[in-house]
Ligand binder design. Structure first.
Ligand code: SAH
Ligand code: SF4
Length: 355
């Protein structure tokens, strides 16, 4: 990270590990404990160096010259009338925008954050995929989404899902850096077991992640029982097919002893027949897994509709008979387009006015 940085550009201080900050401070002739103090401030979510009240004015000025703190500004906020789900549209310093969703469960608050502005993967049912790709988020911009939500609601977030806009494994380095920062003792200290990462199936990166043996939950967006359907809805499948993907998943289970969660968006008439369920059951046999069925969120311009209730019931019954655990995901905030990518699109279409 340091090598990429040109000397006269302020550096992204909130993306630095505590040890890296200590090294930087040592170079400035500052003691290590000062770096520790600054690290704590950054992870409490201060927006400026002036808020670091136990740091001298002189040092704050020096920091201001050399570093910047990335923040997420709230552009829009939608609050569900059915539950307490809140959807945020955030902007960063360069004007780029991403979405994030805050959900309240009995065990605490879960935030679903974005990892990229847009996405390159082009899944046909996904609003983010339809909007194209703009850039990767930095680790600090992922942290900033959580911090803005905590501050806006005076709460602590206890669980994180990387299921917002973007493909986390297509922004591997920054995502890993984020995971290490957010779980660090002097950071937000959210344990890996409270974090889920969702991927469309970038196979080589699943192997890489498996070898790191992090205790996070891997969610794999499967959405189809065979290559024919999957390649049609998820272009990534043309590069890494289902067999290769499931092989990588088995490796992940072996390396981490963690169960995989397979996401399956149910699309009326596309992937929700009894035959589809039987094929899926056959393929998943023997993999330590759990299937999450999600009635697809209809996105304008896709022509896809969510499966009928009866089809979902039939589908789940087939899986259960085959000994595969499956649940239908509770849809939170269905009135506020809580599935990611939809808010940014509707704002740019001018369909949603104010939150
Ligand atoms: N890129 C990653 C994570 C972000 S998408 C991935 O694809 O896994 C988060 C989840 O939302 C994925 O499971 C994705 O397939 C699903 N999703 C996207 N559009 C959807 C829609 N219209 N309805 C239901 N789920 C959708
Ligand atoms: Fe990207 Fe995930 Fe949307 Fe596919 S579903 S386009 S991988 S964000």
């Amino acid at each position: 990270m340091h090598s990429e940085r040109s000397e006269d550009m302020p550096a992204d201080i909130k993306s630095m590990y505590e040890d890296e900050l200590k090294e930087e401070f040592a170079k400035m002739g500052e003691p290590a404990y000062r770096a520790g103090q600054v690290y704590k401030w950054l992870h409490e979510g201060v927006k400026s160096f002036d808020e670091m009240t136990n740091i001298s004015k002189k040092l704050r000025e020096r920091l201001m010259e050399n570093y910047y703190i990335s923040n997420a500004a709230i552009e829009k906020k939608l609050i569900s009338a059915y539950d307490d789900t809140k959807k945020y549209l955030f902007s960063f310093g360069d004007g780029e925008m991403v979405e994030s969703v805050l959900m309240k469960y009995h065990h605490g608050y879960t935030s679903c954050i974005s990892t990229q502005v847009g996405c390159k993967m082009g899944c046909t049912f996904c609003a983010t995929g339809k909007s194209g790709f703009s850039r990767n988020l930095t680790a600090s911009e992922m942290l900033a989404q959580l911090q803005a939500e905590q501050q806006d609601n005076h709460i602590r977030i206890s669980n994180i899902v990387l299921m917002g806009m973007g493909e986390p494994l297509d922004n591997f380095e920054n995502v890993i850096r984020f995971l290490k920062l957010v779980s660090s003792e002097n950071g937000m200290n959210i344990g890996m077991r409270h974090i889920s990462l969702s991927t469309c199936g970038i196979v080589p990166k699943i192997y890489e992640l498996a070898d790191m043996k992090l205790q996070l939950t891997l969610s794999v967006s499967l959405h189809a029982p065979n290559d024919q359907i999957r390649s049609r809805t998820m272009p990534v499948n043309r590069k890494y097919n289902i067999d290769e993907l499931l092989k990588a998943c088995q490796y992940y289970v072996r390396q981490t002893n963690r169960r995989i969660s397979f996401e399956y968006a149910m699309i009326d008439g596309v992937n929700d027949s009894v035959a589809n369920a039987e094929e899926l059951a056959k393929r998943l046999k023997g993999i330590l897994s759990h299937v999450n069925l999600i009635p697809v969120n209809a996105v304008k311009g896709t022509g896809y509709e969510k499966s009928k209730k009866e089809s979902i019931k039939r589908f789940i019954a087939v899986l259960e008979r085959a000994g595969i655990t499956a649940t239908v995901r509770r849809t939170l905030g269905s009135d506020i387009n809580a599935s990611c990518g939809q808010l940014r699109r509707s704002v740019s279409d001018g369909r949603i006015k104010e939150g």
